[in-house]
Design a protein around this ligand. Structure first.
Ligand code: COI
Length: 355
């Protein structure tokens, strides 16, 4: 169906910001991709148009019932000018799992990948190349039917926008301080925690705001039932190195199945470092620290890549990890993953896809 892709190029190219000014999600490229969906007609009318506001009816279901899905992935430009996407199929497959959960029609995976490549071809001059930068790609789907009954929409739009980015956290790859959230929860099993949908993030804002006021960058989410099992950190999956073994919460239906999480597990396996995916309690983490066994902690995500954790605060008890410094393993993982992504070191896993 993407054979019928129409491309309208902008007449007024934007000025591109210098690398040091990028931050995260502040600038957008010259073009965007849009495709419509209508019950009975399927996905149709794919087009690349100049980046612009979208016009929606105020009754569009996305505004009222939150029927919306998003993804995040990155593109890189290598020294020899190739454009590489990191594991794009994983993101589109996850998008379809999220779609399924939110009663949104599935995408045709090959069409969505082709859309990414076509948009990248048009805006590839926007891919920054300075160390620590990349082009963040945000595909998303919104329910557009103007109808207030609570039922799945009959109409949708699939849109892709792209943003040149630097580090997600102002700390960059320096350790972040994390507040362990005891009052609010992010999600529960059977809910939408493993879907990448807007409501999960909206539900987390309150706790994040409170943590910020206390001087912490993000919150660590505990499970919604027992309030003791570690789930995620902010918008990242989380790993702990305890006595030489790396532990990460097992996927349990309320944790996002992160593409970076999966890649880190593969890298660690490749290096013969044992990884245990299992339920981890916050008490046992503090206990491991008391015994001097907690060596490193870090979050993983597309936006942040690897974000070392230097400090936790759980109900007022402060736990400093690795003296607040970036651990050796966190650093090696960051360097290896970004090296593979930027085409600077070999990709033994076949992760990178040429656009
Ligand atoms: C990502 O890492 O792509 C995320 O989903 C984080 C985002 C919400 C900024």
């Amino acid at each position: 169906m993407l054979q019928s892709l129409e491309i309208e190029l902008t007449k007024t190219k934007k000025q591109q910001p210098p690398a040091e000014q990028l931050g995260f999600g502040n600038y957008y490229t010259d073009h965007m991709f849009i495709m419509n969906y209508e019950d009975g007609k399927g996905w149709n009318t794919p087009r690349i148009v100049p980046y612009q506001p979208i016009v929606l009816d105020p009754a569009a279901k996305v505004f009222h019932y939150g029927q919306t899905i998003f993804e995040g992935l990155k593109a890189y430009k290598t020294d020899d000018g190739r454009v590489l996407l990191f594991r794009p199929h994983k993101n589109i497959q996850r998008m379809n799992r999220s779609n399924e959960r939110l009663s949104v029609p599935e995408l045709i995976i090959d069409d969505a990948i082709e859309a990414l490549k076509q948009l990248l071809a048009v805006d590839q001059n926007w891919i920054p190349t300075a160390p620590g930068t990349s082009l963040y790609i945000r595909p998303f789907i919104i329910a557009t039917q103007p109808q207030l009954g609570v039922a799945p929409s009959t109409h949708y739009q699939f849109i892709i926008i792209m943003s040149p980015v630097g580090a997600y956290y102002t700390e960059g790859v320096n350790p972040v301080k994390i507040f362990v959230e005891s009052e609010y929860v992010r999600s529960v099993k059977g809910g939408v925690g493993e879907a990448k949908t807007a409501g999960n993030y909206a539900a987390g804002l309150k706790a994040q705001e409170i943590a910020k006021e206390k001087g912490y960058s993000q919150v660590l989410w505990l499970d919604g039932v027992h309030r003791k099992y570690i789930e995620e950190v902010g918008s990242m999956n989380v790993f702990f190195k305890i006595n030489g073994i790396v532990h990460t919460p097992a996927l349990n239906g309320s944790i996002l199945d992160g593409v970076t999480r999966n890649s880190i597990i593969q890298l660690l396996n490749h290096w013969n470092i044992t990884v245990e995916e299992r339920p981890i309690t916050i008490e046992e983490l503090y206990e491991a620290n008391r015994k001097g066994e907690l060596e490193e902690a870090f979050g993983t995500g597309t936006a942040a890549v690897i974000s070392p954790i230097g400090e936790l605060n759980w109900q007022g008890e402060v736990l400093v990890i690795n003296e607040g410094r970036t651990g050796e393993l966190s650093k090696k993982l960051y360097d290896t993953l970004t090296g593979i992504q930027m085409g600077k070191i070999a990709d033994p896993f076949g992760w990178m896809v040429e656009a």
